[in-house]
Design a protein around this ligand. Structure first.
Ligand code: CU
Length: 590
């Protein structure tokens, strides 16, 4: 396996540029418009393709200078740029196919916010543990659909779980397990461009393959959606979700090796809410006053169809914002409190949601459920994979229109009714205990680097975790029932949202360090004191923003199941290009 993969990559390195498809070492054959990109691609791709298998040179090549997510967001807001690699692709599309859609050409707030359909079980099935207990059984087909993303656009081709994007929503109770048969009924040809040079996506692999991961769930390994456990059209996988965990807003999405970014971009994502008694007794807004907001962005052509780069690029930030699958939707609300369950389901965009200052907003929860206490906010930052649980009080806003924005663009509008209503819901001062995990409880501390491989000043050649490609032997093997501290040392300039499957964790602190000194001498020098996580991050997390040139320490109790899982960056372009590693939870010794 290792030999064949290595051979394939080295052969590819001699033949083609992974950025443009042109012949390496023969830049005269490159079209002028692609020359700058090809030149960096030629050098950069050869360097990083070779490095994972030959250790020379990589350590001094991977110092990065790329822009930070927040900076991207702010500049894009000014209309000055979209990420370089992505905008080049867009221009290519514009010339070759159909002009690219400018979202500012669309009327705003003309479509109501869609709400996901709640999944209904088909029946019951017996648990595999021979206890005789029967639990609900669901079947969710993955199918090609069309959906109108805006009143004035033609229908868009998408892939869906259960007929919509986002897909059907699971509304579940803690302790009530369920089976889901995920049935791949997709076509055999992908409608987005597959880059066959990405690991796991070679031409000898079926082009359409899917595997579902329930993000944030404590799931047995055989049901967790291991990236190589994919199924092809005509096949299905039945997974068991025990739901033995605290109430939280989870979400499910595709995780197929090498094409996760394409499958999620196509629409393969949906929600899974777990509720519990403790949360239900708090009196928070519920029923129709609890609304999911699933955020993602896309790049669209004027004919309404998705556009995606023809070969791998490090980040894809769409120019068109969607909420629950609609562009610039509106929601009619009563003058009272609402609970919004926000999920960042974008490929690479870090959202910085801003509410008008006169609107009272509290964050009450994060990835893995409620915070200890509500946090008053005017904005919330969410990297891909992260969630925020918000309560917004519209009572003082009778008759007003409230616009929710991100730094980069307007997202949606809330139209507050002029009528006064009674509001029995409340936001208690104490939500649930979340004791801080003691560092002394950790039996092991791991130093793990986040790396970008590059040559020259700006070319990205891919990302790695701990300088180790996906297929290399497993190096992280925590023992079930023990706690570890993972020191995530980000050697790049970018924020990388790091997600661990199976577990929940707490962020201990963040601390900037001298990356240049570390890279050149191997010694660690911190630039400033450690910072505690933000107040809205003081709950249980499953995805943590690891800032550029910073060590982010997380403390992780490995609970649930022994077996093989993964940890990865949730920027989907990074994840697909090897910023993902397996890890194995070892059974505790008896
Ligand atoms: Cu990343």
């Amino acid at each position: 396996m290792l030999v064949s993969h290595t051979t394939r990559l080295l052969r590819m390195e001699k033949q083609t540029c992974v950025f443009t498809g042109c012949i390496l070492g023969n830049p005269s054959r490159v079209p002028n418009t692609y020359k700058r990109k090809c030149n960096r691609g030629t050098k950069g791709s050869a360097a990083w393709r070779r490095t994972p298998f030959e250790s020379t040179g990589m350590e001094t090549d991977c110092l990065t200078t790329r822009r930070r997510f927040l900076r991207q967001s702010a500049i894009a807001a000014a209309g000055a740029m979209v990420p370089r690699a992505f905008s080049q692709t867009a221009r290519r599309d514009a010339k070759a196919v159909v002009p690219i859609l400018d979202p500012n050409s669309l009327d705003r707030f003309v479509d109501p916010l869609p709400l996901p359909v709640v999944a209904k079980p088909l029946g019951e099935r017996a648990l595999p543990d021979k206890s005789g207990e029967r639990v609900p059984f669901y079947r969710v087909p993955m199918r090609a659909i069309t959906a109108q993303l805006h009143r004035d656009l033609p229908p868009t081709n998408l892939w869906s779980y259960g007929g919509s994007v986002p897909g059907v929503m699971f509304d579940t109770q803690c302790g009530q397990g369920l089976f889901v048969e995920w049935a791949n009924e997709l076509p055999t040809k992908h409608f987005l461009p597959v880059d066959y040079s990405v690991h796991g996506a070679g031409p000898d692999t079926p082009e359409v393959r899917t595997v579902v991961h329930l993000h944030g769930a404590k799931t047995p390994p055989e049901s967790d959606g291991y990236p190589e456990d994919w199924s092809v059209p005509g096949e299905s996988r039945t997974y068991y979700y025990p739901n033995q965990q605290d109430a939280a807003q989870l979400w499910y999405h595709d995780h197929a090796i090498g094409i996760t970014r394409l499958n999620i971009y196509a629409g393969l994502l949906g929600l899974h809410v777990i509720r519990d008694q403790a949360e239900q007794q708090l009196g928070l807004p519920n029923g129709k006053y609890e609304v999911p907001l699933v955020l993602f962005d896309r790049h669209l052509r004027r004919d309404g169809q998705l556009s995606y780069p023809s070969s791998w690029v490090p980040e894809v930030l769409g120019e068109v914002p969607l909420v629950n699958g609609k562009i610039f939707p509106y929601l009619d609300v009563e003058a009272r409190k609402y609970r919004f369950r926000v999920v960042n389901a974008a490929n690479g965009r870090l959202y910085r949601l801003s509410w008008p200052h006169e609107v009272e907003v509290h964050q009450i929860g994060t990835d893995q459920g409620l915070l200890p206490a509500p946090v008053a906010i005017t904005h919330v930052v969410l990297a891909p994979g992260e969630r925020a649980d918000l309560v917004v009080d519209f009572a003082p806003q009778r008759g007003n229109r409230i616009v929710l924005s991100d730094d980069a663009f307007t997202l949606m509008e809330f139209r507050v009714s002029a009528a006064a209503v009674s509001d029995p819901s409340e936001v208690p001062a104490r939500l649930r205990p979340v004791p801080r995990a003691a560092e002394s409880s950790a039996v092991k501390t791991r130093w793990l680097t986040l790396d970008e491989l590059k040559k020259g000043m700006s070319a990205s050649g891919g990302m790695l975790l701990n300088k180790t490609p996906w297929h290399m032997p497993i190096t992280e093997k925590p023992v079930l029932g023990t706690t570890e501290i993972w020191e995530l040392a980000n050697l790049t300039d970018d924020v990388h949202p790091i997600h661990l499957h199976l577990v929940r964790f707490q962020i201990l602190d963040r601390r900037r360090f001298d990356v240049f000194q570390y890279m050149t001498t191997g010694t660690l020098r911190y630039r400033d004191p450690a910072r505690l996580p933000d107040p809205d991050e003081m709950g249980w997390k499953d995805t943590a923003r690891v800032d550029g040139q910073t060590v982010t320490r997380i403390i992780v109790p490995f609970e649930g199941y022994a077996g093989r899982y993964v940890w990865h960056c949730h920027n989907l372009e990074h994840e697909d290009n090897e910023m993902m590693r397996p890890y194995e939870v070892l059974a505790a010794r008896t």
